[in-house]
Design a protein. Structure first.
Length: 395
């Protein structure tokens, strides 16, 4: 399975063996092994419980019961399952499974997307661990360093997970499947397998919590509580109508100043105010954030679709340009003029003449606001920028 690009899941393997009609203790010949592998791959390496959750979420979003959902709905669906991906990253995964560019996914393609995301996530975790080991000339990390690294990767329950694992191993040493070895005076060392397993276990717990928190992580909820408290001027645990407007203007300025979106914003605020009091408590505020984020994401995807149509780039060209964009995106969802200069300078040296010409074209694409040129483009504008550079045969 590893040679086929999967990170094997013990539960999914066991379920595939049982579904094929065998016992987990059976020895398999080639044809029997092939049957198990076929079932495992059909399930995309997911367990039956996860497949059931994905199928149920898919049905909720397939409102017309046509067996497909539009890609505009994929982000919302994934957040309900506890997966929160930036729009630019999500679109990259959608492109990998929607190979014909239909802008629709069936449940099998959705399962494939989830599997690809999780594999990329695990590969990133493994790379982080190996890099830390290499920088210290080690093959295993001290537990304190492993916990710190997991924290950097967004896993904050590692101390508890390691303690539970060690307690389990002490109770049943003959059934150890994970190893914590020692060095010196009892200093625990963590190997790659244990590190990766802890990450996967804790991420599953975190995704369950996110699903219960409208798709927000514990860290995001913590940050939102601070934002809510700032606009809760009276400290009564509620955000009044005036502060709601101020909040939306501060955090979603483009939507707030778009006349076409104002009716949608008004509908959203009224919808999340379940008490119809004109005030929002924190639960209402979370629902507001959820719907504003979904509205924002849909606007980004629609803008990208328009850019793809305007540039007439092929599916493969869009995928290639997206990879370039993400390599220069520091996580903000934007690509800077300086990154554009660095990118092109790798292909051909830029002198003063071409730097000025690139700046002119870049600013024509990104436009100017009240504060001047931001010198940043999102992915749709990045596509338009690439089109302009190709049209003028830049440099």
């Amino acid at each position: 399975l590893k040679s086929l690009g999967y990170f094997p899941d013990a539960i999914a393997i066991e379920e595939a063996i049982l579904k094929a009609g065998f016992e987990t203790t059976d020895s398999l010949d080639l044809s029997q092994l092939w049957l198990v592998l076929t079932i495992y791959r059909t399930h995309e390496g997911l367990g039956l419980a996860e497949m059931s959750e994905i199928a149920a979420a898919f049905e909720r979003h397939d409102v017309d019961t046509v067996g497909e959902i539009i890609t505009l709905e994929v982000g919302k669906l994934l957040r309900s399952l506890g997966y929160s991906l930036p729009v630019e990253v999500l679109q990259q995964f959608i492109a990998r499974v929607d190979v014909n560019g239909s802008t629709k996914l069936d449940v099998g393609e959705l399962r494939k997307l989830v599997r690809m995301y999780r594999e990329d996530e695990v590969n990133m975790v493994r790379e982080s661990f190996l890099n830390q080991c290499a920088s210290r000339g080690l093959t295993k990390l001290p537990r304190t360093l492993a916990i710190a690294l997991l924290g950097q990767l967004g896993v904050f329950g590692a101390p508890r997970a390691f303690a539970a694992m060690q307690a389990s191993e002490q109770q049943a040493p003959s059934k150890q499947t994970l190893q914590l070895s020692s060095r010196g005076a009892g200093e625990d060392l963590v190997d790659l397998k244990t590190f990766t397993t802890i990450f996967i276990q804790e991420q599953r717990k975190e995704r369950k919590k996110m699903g219960d928190q409208l798709g927000f992580s514990a860290q995001e909820v913590h940050e939102m509580k601070k934002v809510f408290a700032f606009y809760d001027r009276g400290g009564a645990g509620e955000m009044k109508a005036k502060e709601q407007i101020r909040f939306i203007t501060d955090y979603f300025p483009e939507m707030a100043h778009d006349k076409d979106m104002r009716p949608q914003l008004l509908d959203i605020v009224q919808d999340v105010d379940r008490s119809r009091s004109g005030k929002l408590d924190f639960k209402d505020f979370l629902r507001l954030m959820q719907q504003l984020r979904e509205l924002q994401d849909k606007a980004k995807v629609s803008k990208e679709m328009d850019a793809v149509k305007d540039t007439n780039f092929s599916v493969q060209e869009v995928s290639d340009f997206r990879q370039l964009f993400l390599e220069g995106d520091s996580g903000t969802g934007d690509f800077s003029l300086e990154e554009a200069k660095k990118m092109i300078n790798k292909i051909t040296p830029l002198g003063d003449k071409y730097c000025k010409e690139l700046t002119k074209i870049f600013r024509e694409v990104c436009g100017e606001d009240a504060e001047g040129y931001r010198d940043l483009v999102d992915f749709p504008d990045f596509l338009l920028l690439m089109k302009r550079l190709l049209e003028v045969n830049f440099a």
